[in-house]
Design a protein around this ligand. Structure first.
Ligand code: SF4
Length: 390
């Protein structure tokens, strides 16, 4: 069959009338001409954010090396990237010796949720939050619930086009009181997040981000100046598990947690308890002790339930008893605000006064049934309940 095709095509061309041959030849020449023309913006080969085409935007936090290589210093990977190549996250590209982000202004979703979905439990309970997310991640978590977004590159998912101003306007239009950078790892869209946060704050919105904690100290400190809260996934308390299951490292995450506390930004921690991976109670005790010692007893700790997903579909959901055991240990160690998530209706989905044991905030999954905190204090004991309540 393959031999017949060129013969038929040749026969068809020969049968065309001369006028059609002239038109056909003209179109062919125009097409070749367009392909050979230099780009219109040859003087500035890479479009920047302010220009109409914003496929690539200059990145922050990198160093130029020899041979047109660059080193990205945004996260713990510190990727050395040759010209024309991407970093591990696939959304930061070296173009002619300069680093660019491919996801500025290119979210793949904006969605309204209650702030409890983050989970962020000590920040104006029940308010509407606008979540912003792009493609990609700098981790490779085997249990990732959002793997269809996080484990993809910018060429694999159709993105939206939103400037930071448009994102903030969308949040206001939808009556959101905060914007969170979430779902995928926001470190990989640092510049977009940073620009949104500066505008959002000027408009009176709260800013937060939900991170795996792998961001480097310098960009983290710069970002925290514009943030009101951070949710950090502390995925395990073992460096080997971090490497094998999550494609990360423990030490940078612990550093991130300490810096957030130092900078005085509101912090909450999530530990997804996965059967056989990180459900050893000795590890949970060691993690809880580290939190009390380095971050203080008032940082909320959320134990959340794992459901089989992505590369860990062979594991069962976390038994509720395991979560309750983890909760008991964290409370014994001295953490004051410990909750259980992804178990709708569970008593410990709520927040309790650490002094009297009375229920302060009654939640069912993401819904707030009531909130008894008054002026940032427990009405039962008068004890301050840290967080952002107004
Ligand atoms: S942000 Fe991306 S390019 Fe930069 S160091 Fe991390 S993985 Fe590498």
């Amino acid at each position: 069959m393959w031999r017949e095709y060129p013969r038929r095509l040749g026969a068809t061309i020969i049968q065309l009338k001369p006028a059609w041959l002239i038109i056909f030849g003209g179109l062919l020449l125009v097409g070749i001409g367009i392909l050979l023309l230099p780009p219109a913006n040859n003087a500035v080969p890479v479009p920047i954010a302010a220009q109409e085409n914003r496929e690539m935007t200059p990145a922050r936090f990198y160093q130029q090396l020899d041979d047109h290589r660059v080193q990205c210093t945004l996260c713990f990977h510190n990727c050395v990237i040759p010209a024309g190549r991407h970093g591990i996250c696939r959304v930061r590209k070296n173009y002619r010796g300069r680093l660019y982000t491919l996801v500025w202004g290119r979210p793949v979703g904006l969605q309204i949720d209650p702030i409890e979905a983050e989970p962020m439990y000590h920040m104006i309970p029940g308010h509407r939050n606008l979540g912003v997310f792009t493609v990609s991640c700098n981790f490779r978590c085997k249990q990732c619930h959002n793997w269809h977004i996080t484990q993809r590159g910018p060429d694999e998912i159709r993105a939206l086009r939103f400037t930071p101003e448009e994102v903030v306007a969308e949040a206001i239009r939808r009556n959101a009181r905060s914007i969170s950078h979430t779902i995928n790892e926001p470190t990989v869209f640092f510049e977009f997040m940073y620009d949104i946060a500066t505008i959002a704050r000027a408009q009176g919105l709260l800013n937060l981000f939900h991170t795996n904690g792998g961001i480097s100290p310098e960009p983290l400190r710069a970002l925290l100046r514009h943030m009101d809260g951070v949710v950090v996934d502390l995925k395990a308390f073992c460096d080997e598990t971090y490497g094998e299951v999550f494609g990360g490292r423990l030490e940078p995450v612990l550093t991130t947690l300490k810096i957030i506390r130092e900078e005085g930004v509101w912090l909450e921690i999530v530990n997804l308890v996965i059967p056989t991976i990180n459900d050893c109670m000795d590890e949970i005790r060691a993690m809880s002790e580290w939190i009390v010692e380095h971050l203080g007893p008032d940082v909320p700790l959320h134990f959340t339930r794992f459901h089989p997903n992505f590369r860990l579909t062979h594991l069962p959901p976390t038994p509720v008893k395991t979560l309750e055991m983890a909760h008991r240990i964290a409370r014994e160690v001295g953490i004051n605000f410990v909750t259980i998530g992804n178990v709708p209706g569970h008593r410990y989905n709520s927040t309790f006064c650490p002094c009297t044991g009375e229920r302060l905030i009654h939640r069912t999954h993401f819904a707030v049934i009531y909130n008894k905190i008054v002026d940032g204090r427990s009405p039962f004991s008068g004890r301050p309940v840290p967080g952002i309540w107004e």
